[in-house]
Design a protein around this ligand. Structure first.
Ligand SMILES: [Zn+2]
Length: 63
């Protein structure tokens, strides 16, 4: 039986910051906060990965 210890070392230690005005970042930040509050760290890091991976777009300005 082996203990999984190395995978944590591969995780970036600095969580991404949500970009102001980006709806995706705001949504992921909300999910991340909820996940952290409920102790769901795998979901929290999943939100971090998704926030880092997506392309931020500014909210379209209504004409
Ligand atoms: Zn974003």
């Amino acid at each position: 039986m082996t203990t999984p210890t190395s995978y944590l070392l591969q995780m970036p230690t600095t969580p991404p910051k949500p970009t102001p005005g980006c709806a995706v970042c705001a949504s992921l930040d909300r999910q991340r906060t909820q996940a952290r509050a409920s102790g769901d760290y795998s979901r929290e890091s999943d939100c971090n990965v998704r926030m880092r991976a997506h392309t931020c777009r500014e909210t379209p300005t209504p004409y």
